[in-house]
Ligand binder design. Structure first.
Ligand code: ATP
Ligand code: MG
Length: 855
């Protein structure tokens, strides 16, 4: 390529350049340590595939580990390619990508396209209910089950692709002791699945399970995918790996990047083994290694590498940096977490003051082994007025008020979603007791309809079902009225902000919060935040819809063209397939639709080739592909589906089926889909928008792939690193990698600390420094120091050279520093007793002496 044509190539080192420009027909693995530019290479490769290899954006699927990472990648690609092209890429997590396809083609795997996504909380409630129903049996068999543990077993089974039946069979083959437990869990698993299907919902794992089912059953859907790229590949599980294979199937274009040293999701069934699987499943896999770290100072890199090399089973890997060595990693001992937390707050202020305001709050991150550690830290920062945000902590979408309002919207969208019904039928209070709710659910079950529908029918004058009293019916009237009103407004295309305001208004929600919640004010703020979030999402939908419009051959605005294109691909693959539409207008008969379907399939090529030209096919037709011999068998199922569909249709007062593209989803569906997905791991979009820079408090897991100039890792101590429950060698190794991930997030300054006491389960426990760090300190004592990092002259030099920031104006700085020194807490505050009077105090005293002299 001519220099200057692809500006992003010029900054790359030779290995990175090779990786970006490698032949797209050869499956590629890019394996390298933290900060070596893997994500940057992946992003550049996407741009290069579009610009040099002339792939259409919609022919490229890029998968990231979190929604946040997807947003960042999109932003960067918008810069490289322009918003139009970048908008057309299929870019997101595996979950989000599957949702996008399921919304549209879910019918092919018996998933109605208005499905709800059940969040962890909903799922836990279902499992808890199933355990409770077996209480007697379990007690008799001396089995104790916890909802969380059962759910995690189910989730693990799903990510291995194990069904409830398969689990039951496995249980039979197990030695007797554990047989009974596994058998019970398998039973619960089966009922749990039935319950989700009944309420027309999928849990997070299902999104992948059904996505995979869809793609393996109808590979034509992915025929337009020419290249799939996966970031953080070391953390994919088996089902995600299989998904990747589906995307790569048509054209064998596949690029993955990963780092086995950073695999930290073994507990969630991720398998590093996928790297080897890929070598077997694809021919001629090429590997490229990157060895230069661009993120961190030499000191941080050496300290981190001392840690990771403690793992003896790990193949050696080289990683170097041309950055200065700079300040040694800071290691501190404190007596208690409160002191530790206020130290961190003071350090943040000190660093900002000493940097001459070149550093700001957004440059700092505090990384934690688990969520609960954030409480003390948060309050210390708040006390000092340091703006902060919590990632991966108590999530925005987990908050009571947010869940209540979402539940109303979910019910309006999908009346079958019973968890939402149970949540809000008596919220705000309508004097409907738990017993009445249980009666309603039971009566609905008998009538084989959803509780919501039952209530609606009762309100419409259907005879009262057995066991339901007229009084209850009257109490339900206002509730049914609200849900119906919302549904009608949503169908008319009302904005989500208006729908939310409608819920708040009609339920007198503000008053409800004020009378029932102590922190009503704060919760009202969250309600407001949710409304502004919905506005952001609406804008995003508009943007995506515009992009879809420009890409008529992939999930396009014109579904006719898309269907036609997909059908033509399917036909080419399997000419003997019988093709007929699944969901039709009630007026059209099956036979005519078959004809229309094949005709459209024939036209598809023209439609696809003459990009943008709409096929003649009807927008609302979604096709089902059946092989002829399976036809009869599946015909029955299809009939049943149709019946359900018609019912859903009538509930939706004859509205057409909703489809998965941004352009075709109504604002409510799009909003629900986006907000339910963001409950998955991290992501608080609405906070990202805030213009004030904030200190990030995050779990290490949620910090993967990210970087900050200054990183604190508190609680690097026994019981925390490794986490006390991790005792098996493999688990301990994963804990070590987790600490390695945490350390390698830091660019310039890294402070690790531990306390001598920390509460655990209500007791104060003696703690010592993490065994990983104790060992690292022993093998390489010079890599760690108790002295505070130097932000004076040399520190400032590093900041401006590594972060490419201006050197601060030295004249005004003295005052700032003095102001800080005067305001800093008394000298004896920090450090555990035996460490007292050392580093910080020496340092502070020196400052005071200097200042006094100057005065
Ligand atoms: P991780 O394993 O933590 O995900 P990574 O390998 O994905 O790390 P990146 O996040 O892509 O690494 O890059 C780390 C930092 O180094 C980023 O700030 C990136 O912009 C920068 N970087 C990468 N390559 C270069 C380069 N050739 N020149 C300058 N900076 C670079
Ligand atoms: Mg990365």
């Amino acid at each position: 390529p001519k220099p200057g044509v692809y500006p992003y190539l010029s900054g790359l080192n030779p290995a990175q350049h090779k990786a970006v420009t490698a032949d797209p027909a050869v499956p590629l693995q890019i394996l390298a340590g933290p900060g070596s530019g893997k994500t940057r290479v992946l992003t550049s490769r996407v741009a290069y595939l579009v610009q040099h290899h002339k792939l259409f954006p919609h022919q490229i699927t890029a998968v990231t580990f979190t929604n946040k990472a997807a947003n960042e990648m999109r932003k960067r690609l918008e810069k490289l390619l322009g918003p139009k092209l970048a908008g057309g890429l299929v870019l997101g997590t595996f979950h989000a990508t599957c949702v996008r396809f399921l919304r549209r083609y879910g019918g092919l795997v018996d998933i109605p396209n208005n499905f709800a996504i059940a969040d962890a909380d909903d799922c836990k409630k279902i499992v808890a209910g199933l355990i409770k129903a077996r209480a007697e049996h379990l007690e008799g068999a001396n089995i104790s089950l916890k909802d969380r543990a059962v759910l995690s077993d189910i989730s693990k089974a799903k990510s291995r692709g194990e069904t409830a039946d398969a689990m039951a069979i496995r249980a039979m083959n197990e030695p007797s002791a554990s047989t009974s437990t596994t058998a019970v869990i398998a039973e619960i698993y089966g009922e749990y699945e039935a319950s989700l299907r009944e309420s027309n919902s999928l849990d997070f794992d299902d999104l992948l399970v059904y996505g995979l089912k869809l793609f393996t059953g109808s590979p034509g859907i992915l025929a337009s995918c020419h290249h799939i790229l996966v970031d953080e590949f070391q953390d994919t599980n088996v089902i995600q790996y299989e998904l990747m294979k589906c995307f790569a199937k048509a054209h064998q274009g596949v690029t993955i990047v990963g780092d086995p040293d950073q695999s930290v999701y073994g507990w969630r069934s991720a398998e590093v083994e996928n790297l080897n699987r890929m070598k077997k499943d694809f021919t001629g896999v090429k590997a490229i290694y990157l060895e230069q770290n661009y993120r961190s100072t030499g000191s941080i890199l050496s300290a981190a590498s001392t840690l990771i090399t403690q793992d003896r089973d790990r193949p050696p890997k080289s990683l170097y940096t041309s950055h200065p060595k700079s300040t040694t990693v800071n290691l501190k001992t404190f007596s208690t977490p409160v002191i530790e937390a206020s130290f961190i707050a003071t350090e943040i202020k000190r660093m900002i003051a000493y940097s001459g305001d070149v550093l700001n709050h957004g440059d700092f991150a505090i990384l934690l082994r688990y969520n609960a550690l954030s409480r003390v830290i948060e309050s210390a920062l708040q006390k000092d007025g340091i703006p902060n945000r919590i990632v991966g902590g108590h999530k925005f979408f987990d908050r009571l008020e947010v869940k209540d309002l979402l539940a109303y919207l979910q019910l309006a969208e999908n009346p079958n979603f019973t968890p939402a019904f149970i949540r809000v039928v008596n919220t705000p209070k309508r004097a409907i007791g738990d017993k009445s709710v249980a009666d309603l659910v039971a009566a609905a079950k008998r009538a084989k309809i959803s509780p919501m529908e039952l209530c609606e029918r009762m309100t419409d004058g259907d005879p009262l079902p057995e066991g339901i009293k007229a009084g209850l019916k009257n109490k339900l009237a206002s509730f049914v009225g609200i849900v119906r009103k919302l549904r009608r407004a949503a169908q008319k295309g009302s904005s989500v902000a208006d729908l939310l305001k409608m819920v708040v208004d009609k339920t007198d929600y503000e008053n409800y919060l004020k009378t029932t919640q102590q922190d009503a004010e704060m919760r009202l703020e969250n309600v407001k935040e949710l409304i502004s979030f919905s506005v952001t999402i609406a804008e995003e939908q508009q943007r995506q819809a515009n992009a879809d419009q420009d890409n008529p051959s992939f999930v396009p605005a014109s579904s006719a063209a898309m269907e036609a294109y997909v059908m033509s691909q399917v036909k080419e693959e399997k000419p003997d397939l019988a093709v007929r539409p699944l969901f039709r207008r009630r007026s059209s008969s099956v036979s005519t639709s078959v004809a229309a379907g094949s005709k459209a399939a024939g036209k598809g090529k023209t439609a696809a080739k003459g990009k943008g030209k709409k096929g003649k096919m009807r927008e609302e037709d979604i096709f089902e592909v059946l092989s002829s011999d399976e036809e009869a068998e599946k015909g029955k199922a299809a009939k049943k589906r149709e019946a359900t569909r018609n019912r859903a249709d009538s509930e939706l007062s004859g509205e057409e089926s909703k489809e998965g593209t941004a352009a075709n989803l109504n604002p409510l569906s799009y909003f629900l889909q986006t907000s339910m997905l963001s409950t998955d791991t991290e992501n608080q979009n609405q906070e990202d928008q805030a213009s004030v820079p904030k200190v990030t408090i995050s779990t290490v897991h949620a910090a993967k792939g990210l970087e900050w100039p200054v990183v604190f890792i508190p609680a690097v101590e026994s019981g925390t690193f490794p986490f006390y429950r991790c005792v098996e060698p493999a688990e301990v190794a994963e804990e070590r990698r987790l600490l390695y991930v945490a350390m390698t997030r830091a660019q310039l300054f890294l402070t690790m600390s531990h306390c001598q006491f920390r509460m655990a389960g209500g007791d104060e426990k003696d703690r010592s420094v993490s065994e990983f760090i104790a060992l690292a300190q022993k093998t390489a004592p010079t890599h760690f120091s108790a002295d505070l990092p130097d932000i004076e002259e040399s520190g400032r030099k590093t900041i401006s050279s590594m972060l490419e920031r201006p050197v601060p104006d030295e004249s005004g700085m003295k005052d700032k520093i003095m102001k800080h020194v005067r305001a800093a807490p008394p000298l004896s505050t920090w450090d555990a007793p035996e460490a007292r009077d050392s580093s910080f105090n020496r340092f502070a005293r020196r400052e005071v002496t200097k200042a006094t002299r100057a005065a």
